[in-house]
Design a protein around this ligand. Structure first.
Ligand code: FAD
Length: 401
């Protein structure tokens, strides 16, 4: 497969580079460069700048207001954003619920939600996992009871809900039936987080950040018109969404950014009097992970091309991308901790919350926070479906075991 860029792709790359250099606010770029905490306002500001260009949803079909980016354009955008310290984009709207709404939603749902996803004026969160339903998602118990009129009454609890404390809306899996086949009793609801009875409680992560939450529903009244598709068919929409989510977990932007840091650290740090960049043992580890990253890009390009041609990624391919993308990201952060030596430990959670002394002044000499990033990356092989479960899926769908 030829990964060289065509003249059109080179011109697109130059356009993205010029745009990010000109439009990415310098305070946000510095936060990303120095691994500082980003708040809702930072993410929204950048996403809204992209939204004005139609680039927050660049890969969406034109009929839904996107630019129908080719898979290569999506890869180019992520690569350049990684190189230029663009923040992570919140994919809950553009890559998760957006495609579900434009594929399965009513015209009224499309009119209500798609414009607000495109311009990033609304923040979405994902209400799938529950205390007893993570890998075994079909075990979920949050109940939506028909009130006999136009509403469901929702009771139950979600957990590990990323950014629920920032979110305006949640897409949520609920139980509307008790069929013997558990998947048949699940429906897909859109819930306004301001509805009375929705309570968000923070859960602190081991890297010190407040990233995810427990969300409780106590007699929450949700209009039936907020249900996607048919009652009891939520599992179909949920799986469609998970395939998109797992492809997003290739983490191209993040890996590009962390590889850049790794090369910079290797060129600065000395071990036994010589630069790590001149240490063949260390650099062969870096080369190995770079080669794996190239292979991942090829796999991703193939999968995105299939999806664009209307073929579903399929559970095997999206699981492969998810496993490789997250393992590569973790490996790079391990190498960064190794390369930073004792500096890697000089991590203080305070600055991540904007408290205490500045990260740069107390952090490692290179302005990095390798331990914080390393700790966060432990979660990558859990969220979106754990690596063990993805391997089970590949064994079944690819190897036929
Ligand atoms: C940072 C982070 C953000 C998250 N954000 C969200 C979010 O926004 N919304 C949301 O809904 N969820 C979210 N999650 C939840 C995530 O999807 C679940 O953690 C994940 O699906 C695993 O479920 P669990 O934690 O219940 O672990 P369990 O399912 O209890 O698994 C525990 C362990 O057992 C292993 N295991 C389980 N079943 C099998 C099996 N059949 N074969 C082999 N091994 C198995 C798992 O691999 C894991 O190691 C997030 C999680 C994290 C860490």
């Amino acid at each position: 497969m030829n990964l060289d860029l065509s003249p059109e792709e080179k011109s697109f790359e130059a356009q993205v580079r010029t745009f990010i250099l000109r439009e990415l606010p310098s305070d946000i770029r510095e936060k990303v460069r120095l691994d500082r905490h980003l708040g809702r306002e930072d993410y929204m500001r950048w996403q809204q700048i992209l939204g004005r260009e139609g680039w927050f949803t660049g890969a969406w079909p034109r009929e839904h207001g996107g630019h129908a980016w080719t898979p290569m354009q999506t890869i180019i955008f992520n690569r350049v954003a990684g190189e230029l310290h663009g923040p992570e984009l919140q994919v809950f709207g553009p890559a998760m619920v957006g495609p579900v709404i434009y594929t399965f939603g009513t015209e009224a749902q499309k009119a209500q939600h798609l414009p607000a996803i495109r311009d990033s004026s609304v923040w979405w969160c994902q209400g799938y996992s529950e205390p007893g339903a993570g890998s075994d998602l079909a075990a979920l118990q949050t109940a939506a009871q028909d009130d006999g009129g136009d509403h469901y009454i929702v009771n139950g609890q979600k957990i590990w809900t990323s950014f629920a404390h920032f979110a305006d809306w949640m897409f949520c899996l609920v139980r509307t039936g008790r069929e013997a086949k558990r998947q048949q009793g699940i429906s897909f609801l859109l819930i306004d987080m301001k509805t009375p009875g929705v309570e968000v409680q923070p859960i602190r992560m081991m890297d010190g950040r407040h990233y995810f939450n427990a969300v409780f529903f106590n007699n929450v009244k949700v209009p039936k018109r907020n249900r996607i598709g048919e009652e009891g068919r939520g599992w179909t929409y949920a799986k469609f969404l998970l395939e998109h989510e797992r492809v997003e977990n290739a983490n191209l932007r993040f890996i590009t950014q962390e590889l850049q840091k790794l090369r910079r650290v290797a060129s600065q740090v000395r071990s036994n009097g010589r630069r790590l960049a001149d240490d063949p043992g260390f650099m062969s580890e870096v080369a190995a992970v770079e080669a794996q990253f190239k292979a991942l890009e090829v796999g991703l390009l193939r999968t995105l091309s299939d999806m664009q041609a209307g073929m579903p990624a399929g559970p095997g391919k999206s699981s492969f991308i998810k496993v490789r993308g997250t393992e590569i990201a973790q490996r790079i952060t391990e190498l960064l901790v190794e390369a930073s030596g004792p500096d890697a430990l000089r991590y203080q959670p305070g600055p991540l919350f904007g408290q205490g002394p500045d990260h740069e002044t107390i952090g490692p000499a290179h302005g990095l926070g390798p331990v914080a990033t390393y700790l966060f990356c432990r979660a990558m092989t859990i969220y979106g479906g754990s690596t063990e479960v993805q391997k089970n899926i590949m064994a079944k769908h690819v190897l036929g075991l």
